[in-house]
Design a protein around this ligand. Structure first.
Ligand SMILES: Cc1cc2nc3c(=O)[nH]c(=O)nc-3n(C[C@H](O)[C@H](O)[C@H](O)COP(=O)(O)OP(=O)(O)OC[C@H]3O[C@@H](n4cnc5c(N)ncnc54)[C@H](O)[C@@H]3O)c2cc1C
Length: 467
């Protein structure tokens, strides 16, 4: 395993020279929040030796060059809402918080793009777009907290990915500081390019291991005029999930197609102190559609109604949109509040396998006497199965959750799925990468990492180990 140097007093002085005293933290109490993201399992928490807050790209580049010279690990960090422990500094060293680089540089409503620094909150980007009468289509459920740099680094998905794709589909270009401290812009304001490797797409989703994102040009699009949410209530997971593929091929082009099982509805109800339709027995599909005309919207509504009713829906409702989306977005917080010991998993499977996969996932939970709750970006085949501590005692949790995840991933890979649809590998899933990733592909990834980051300073121990 690679040996790194500690941040000596001299290195802290160098950091202060680069970013100023107010932008360097070294005292333990203030370092503690930077030892973790939203992963609650303490096995994945690591205290940094310093947190630095650069205010511009040149400062980022100087920090990275210093880290190369002194062999100090650097972990880029956005808001720390990640669910893979990617922003937790596995080998200590420097946490590089991008939160002070938080300017919206340009909103260009004429040519439909926005230039942003990495520390802009996703929700603020959505608002700036909608203030200009436009849409930014990235929409992770954590949008009011997470930052665009984190979204790009994790290729965040979310509630509109079924129609508009994930964050990688929203990006024209990224400015990065490379792992050796050079500044470059990858991509451009282009709708096509076959001019060598597509390096901006390599950076997107690389979880801070191949470059520090210091600016991005993201896509905007015209807002659709008409929009409607439907709540289809089903008696069980089978009928709800069985409707997903039918809705996908029916031409209704859903903007969102989200599933909440009965357990998920009830934990959100308890957390938010709310009640929801058919709360005792229901399983939900939240279906959003958009259109340019009222007639088109009506036609989509009729089609959705037919499909869900034919598939066994017990009710088709036009819900209070704010209330139902608040519930959907609260799922993570609700589980965390109910029990700190839990593990949110993020498998993605081919949509055609979703009904079978959902059955098997729940069967695996039952076999281990574990309580599983599910919300899913169902239209993407992305299942957020949260495994709660339930009857498992705290001392046995680490071993037990590893057994459960091993079984879940053995099954997932057997049907052509992957361990994460959008949260990433981080250090939380790293050992599963070594077990389940195709060895040829893993070697390709490791070779890319070694070529771009020869000293191995940028977010080491995230996604995979090199040795
Ligand atoms: C309640 C809740 C709901 C969520 N819902 C969704 C969802 O719907 N869809 C989804 O995809 N995710 C979701 N997430 C997970 C998380 O919000 C996303 O992964 C998000 O993109 C992380 O952004 P962040 O700013 O918090 O990044 P962080 O957690 O700080 O970092 C995440 C990773 O990105 C790297 N990174 C951060 N900034 C940079 C940068 N500027 N340059 C290079 N690397 C960088 C870090 O090193 C780390 O590996 C949810 C999380 C919570 C807690």
């Amino acid at each position: 395993m690679k040996q790194y140097n500690k941040c000596s007093e001299g290195i802290i002085k160098d950091l202060i020279t680069i970013v100023g005293e107010k932008n360097v933290i070294t005292d333990i109490a203030r370092l503690a929040p930077y030892s973790q993201d939203e992963v609650t399992d303490e096995r994945f928490h690591h205290l940094p030796e310093a947190v630095v807050f650069p205010e511009n790209r040149e400062q980022v580049a100087q920090i990275i060059r210093l880290a190369n010279r002194e062999v100090i690990p650097v972990t880029p960090r956005g808001a720390g809402t990640g669910l893979a422990a990617g922003a937790a500094p596995m080998y200590g060293g420097i946490v590089l918080s991008l939160e002070k680089m938080n300017r919206i540089v340009e909103v260009n409503s004429e040519h439909l793009y926005m230039v942003v620094e990495p520390g802009v909150r996703t929700q603020d980007i959505q608002k700036a777009a909608s203030d200009a009468g436009l849409l930014y289509a990235g929409d992770p459920s954590s949008g009011e907290n997470c930052l665009i740099g984190g979204n790009i680094a994790t290729n965040a998905g979310g509630n509109k990915a079924v129609k508009y794709g994930t964050t990688r589909h929203q990006v024209y270009s990224v400015e990065v500081v490379t792992p050796t401290g050079e500044i470059t812009e990858l991509g451009g304001l282009l709708n096509k390019s076959t001019s060598g490797y597509c390096l901006e797409q390599l950076i997107i989703g690389s979880e801070g291991t191949l470059g520090v994102i210091t600016q991005a040009t993201i896509k905007l699009m015209p807002l659709k005029i008409y929009k409607m949410d439907f709540l289809a209530v089903f008696p069980d997971a089978e009928t709800a999930i069985g409707s997903v593929y039918k809705l996908m091929k029916a031409g209704v082009d859903p903007t969102s197609l989200e599933y909440m099982d009965n357990e998920a509805i009830n934990v959100c109800a308890r957390y938010l102190k709310e009640s929801y339709p058919f709360q005792q027995e229901g399983n939900y599909l939240i279906i959003t559609v958009e259109s340019d005309t009222e007639d088109e919207l009506d036609a989509k509504a009729v089609r959705i109604d037919e499909i869900c009713n034919c598939n066994g829906a017990i009710a088709m409702l036009v819900p209070d949109s704010k209330k139902i989306w608040t519930a959907r977005r609260a799922f993570g917080d609700a589980n965390r509040e109910e029990c700190y010991i839990h593990s949110p998993e993020d498998m993605v499977v081919p949509v055609k396998q979703l009904p079978y996969a959902m059955k098997q996932f729940m069967q695996i939970c039952r076999e281990h006497q574990a309580l599983g709750r599910v919300v899913a970006h169902a239209g993407d085949g992305n299942v957020h199965l949260t495994i709660m501590q339930g009857q498992i005692c705290a001392e046995n949790w680490a071993a037990k959750i590893d057994e459960i995840v091993n079984d879940l991933l053995t099954f997932t890979y057997s049907i052509g799925g992957r361990m994460s649809g959008e949260h990433g590998v981080g250090s939380k899933r790293k050992k599963w990468m070594h077990k389940f990733a195709d060895p040829v592909q893993l070697r390709m990834m490791q070779a890319i990492k070694q070529a771009l980051d020869p000293v191995g300073i940028l977010n080491p121990g995230t996604i995979f180990e090199l040795e």
